[in-house]
Design a protein around this ligand. Sequence first.
Ligand code: P1T
Length: 388
Amino acid sequence: MPDKFKHLRFNSLTIHGGQKPDPSTGAVMPPIYQSSTFAQMAPGEHKGYEYSRTKNPTRHALEESIASLEGGKFGLALGSGLAAIDCILKILKPGDEVISTNDLYGGSYRLFKQIFEPFGIQFHFVGMGDALSIESHVTENTKMIWVETPTNPMMNIIDIKAMSLIAKKHSAILVVDNTFASPYLQQALSLGADIVMHSATKYLGGHSDVVLGLIALNDPELAKKLYFIQNASGAICGPMDSFLVLRGIKTLHLRMQRHCENGAAIARFLNQHEKVAKVYWPGFENHPNHKVAKEQMKDFGGMLSFTVKGNSFEDTLKVISSLKVFTLAESLGGVESLAGHPASMTHASIPKKEREKTGVVDSLIRLSVGIEDIEDLKEDLDQALQTI
Ligand code: P1T
């Protein structure tokens, strides 16, 4: 990042972090360098770019941006959130063990269990509401602790600082999936994480028009390993997608403010609704880790889950299919409000017995509250709930 931007605060960093006018033209937005390869003056003599899998100027601008937003020295951009997770897990070797949150995105669980476990890496899925409870799962082979917070979809909050103390004590790498919070709400590196990753498909991109993954970290040795894997395995994102996320990031702070405002209003609205059984949202004072959320997050975000009264699967389907402003769809973090049914959509790859242990029951509905007019969102939920 140019030195003149080093002192900037978060909102300014979303616009200027890692950015400078294009050196060859002065273009204010990083151009979409849609080129696979770059001319060399002599073999190995070039302007910093040889081949786009290794390094591409548009992707590089995005990598600098996420590093600056997360307060990291290094950033990496990959083809999806799962490609970013895959890149991080490839640091490990057969025989290594990972302790992971037991409530997490179904695709992460599937990657852990179905791709990495057959290669000899063992995963322990543990409730991390009380950080100390993971100690009994640590063995001499524990090399990584994987934390998603807030968790998808139960909105559990994990104490990142407490986890980092445990990780350090056992020389394990602490990774935080910061997708639900975004760097606007929570900066995991400053709380002690070694690596932070995002599905930038969500809040960072912010417009449901791109799939992309991001990583930020400070440790040069770890960064060297990750850059090696990024290039050697090759799951990079293209320049057009990098540009779209860079554009999204410039309004991250504005969008997040409204997501948080609307999220809080919807959580409170549902909480007093006669057709709703339970609302999961870390902003409630009786949320088990509300205090931790208040300490490590700036606000409570735009995600929440709830169950309908009676917990009937049929009623749940009726509500979710009756929504008109909320779109029934996977994903989250875009400007538009989305509703999902985790049991049959995002978390279908987790065996029913496993997911029900963490609360992902058939009557659970997950909302990604967008930035529309709040009264339209309330009216929509109310008319859908009145169908049961
Ligand atoms: O979809 P992708 O960009 O590959 O990101 C995967 C991912 C990683 N981590 C978390 C916390 C996520 O929520 C996701 C993707 N989640 C959804 C698609 C979803 O609807 O929950």
